[in-house]
Design a protein around this ligand. Structure first.
Ligand code: SF4
Length: 472
């Protein structure tokens, strides 16, 4: 009999050392394989979780002896790490996969793989391989840790491999090729139990499962030794970290341990307002290495819509969380996600969202038009909104947010900040840019020697959504 998420034990969840060892053997086999691809290119769609999964794919491919190509046209192996959260991302991925068919004509040995959330959608992998026969390998998010075995099969025997098993597991010890030296992702938990009515994630990423604190702390220690300046803790709902650990550790507790380690900057993503505890807010206020920024998706300002969305909080509960965060961490940088055009959204509901945005005054907001996802409850709801109405609403919302953002960002002018420099600015090679402690982009004069460093600066002004600064 299959066990449901609640019956699973920790040892059921963790991929065994023997299994991980077997994957290493496949890696070694591929390394020795005559005529195997020499170079690879990973194309990533979607969120930070996907970006981090791509770092794991790159790590595994490098261990197989492949080198990263400059672009996809130069590579012998191309893998698309897809996202299915919005229809747009799905369409873009499919469009680009089709384009590879042309490249295959010039490079007949090209091996093409597709993985990620989109493949995990029921029936999608089979449909894709039928429609796009030139794809050699397709596998789901939860099978990522088996990538060496799957690629071995594809290269060795079977040029059309599809594996989509729903395995709610925690793989430890995968090689990671990190995109940045100074800032690193750490996954603290996988999956989501919330079933917001518009969201496909719980269906494709499985039940919530937290990594053991000891594994997370070990990873953080290694990063600290390698001189990392910032870590971002990842999970679909980090605020519920530890609920499946039997009371051993909460997210606030984990943050305290990481803070005590002395990592210069700690951030995390994403939070669910219903799970944002007073303890976590208190921890934000008392731990100096946790950055004063918070991404708190609201989705709608209307109680009626929040209920339909299955969000489990009301507008006033959300606003209470915001007030507490601001009291505990004065000047905190706040960002959010908002959906417009959810089924049944009336003008009055939309007006509630506009009023909430006006009241909270976010430093940034990611705004989306509702996009129905097959298999979710909202896709079956009555009252789907005319796309023209949704477009009009989102334009109004964006205009409001942009106006407010200029005002809220003005509070930083004259303030001292610290920017972790990511690279040269897009405008000039005499300028570098990075993220301030509050999560806002900062540009200042500088050079290559600043990249990867934290630079102290004073904010002098703002241009569009970026702060300008001079170093102190
Ligand atoms: S919390 Fe809701 S929106 Fe976020 S991943 Fe889970 S179901 Fe999706």
């Amino acid at each position: 009999m299959e066990k449901d998420g609640n019956d699973m034990t920790r040892s059921d969840l963790t991929v065994s050392a023997e299994e991980m060892e077997r994957q290493k053997e496949f890696t070694a086999e591929i390394r020795q394989m005559p005529g195997r691809p020499e170079s690879f290119y990973v194309v990533t769609y979607g969120c930070q979780m996907n970006a981090h999964d791509s770092e794991k794919l790159s790590g595994m491919l490098q261990e197989m002896g492949m080198t990263e190509a400059e672009d996809r046209e130069q590579a012998d192996f191309v893998i698309f790490n897809t996202c299915c959260v919005r229809e747009n991302a799905e369409r873009r991925a499919l469009g680009n996969v089709t384009w590879l068919k042309e490249i295959r004509k010039r490079n007949p040995g090209l091996v093409i793989a597709v993985c990620g959330c989109m493949i995990q959608e029921p029936g999608m992998a089979e449909k894709m391989l039928k429609q796009y026969k030139f794809i050699n390998l397709a596998f789901g998010t939860s099978n990522l840790w088996k990538f060496p075995e799957l690629l071995y099969r594809t290269l060795n025997t079977d040029r059309n491999t599809v594996v989509v098993e729903n395995e709610d597991v925690i793989p430890e010890g995968l090689p990671i090729s990190r995109a940045r030296k100074e800032a690193a992702y750490i996954t603290v938990m996988y999956g989501c139990n919330n079933y917001c009515s518009y969201c496909i994630v719980p269906y494709v990423r499985g039940r919530e499962r937290s990594r053991e604190p000891a594994s997370i702390l070990r990873e953080a220690e290694e990063l600290l030794r390698s001189d990392v300046q910032e870590i971002m803790l990842l999970g679909q709902n980090v605020n519920s970290y530890g609920k499946d650990l039997g009371g051993g550790m909460s997210f606030a507790g984990l943050l305290r341990e990481l803070d005590a380690m002395g990592i210069p900057r700690i951030r995390f993503m994403t939070s669910h307002p219903k799970d944002l505890s007073d303890k976590l807010i208190e921890t934000m206020g008392s731990c100096g290495h946790i950055l004063p920024q918070f991404h708190l998706p609201v989705q709608s300002g209307s109680d009626r819509m929040l209920k339909e969305m299955n969000r489990h909080y009301t507008r006033s509960q959300y606003l209470d969380r915001v007030r507490k965060l601001r009291a505990a961490v004065p000047g905190i940088g706040l960002s959010t996600d908002i959906i417009v055009g959810f089924p049944g959204e009336t003008e009055a509901d939309f007006a509630d969202t506009m009023a909430l945005v006006e009241e909270v005054r976010y430093d940034s907001a990611f705004t989306f038009i509702y996009s129905p996802r097959v298999g979710t409850r909202a896709a079956e709801m009555d009252g789907q909104i005319d796309p023209e109405v949704s477009k009009e609403r989102i334009q109004k919302l964006i205009a409001l947010q942009e106006g407010l953002q200029q005002e809220t960002m003005a509070r930083f002018v004259g303030m001292e900040e610290e920017a972790l420099i990511e690279g040269f600015s897009r405008r000039s090679t005499l300028e570098v840019s990075g993220k301030g402690r509050h999560g806002i982009s900062i540009t200042l004069r500088g050079g290559a020697e600043d990249i990867g460093r934290i630079v102290r600066c004073r904010i002098t002004g703002l241009k569009n959504n970026t702060l300008t600064a001079e170093r102190i």
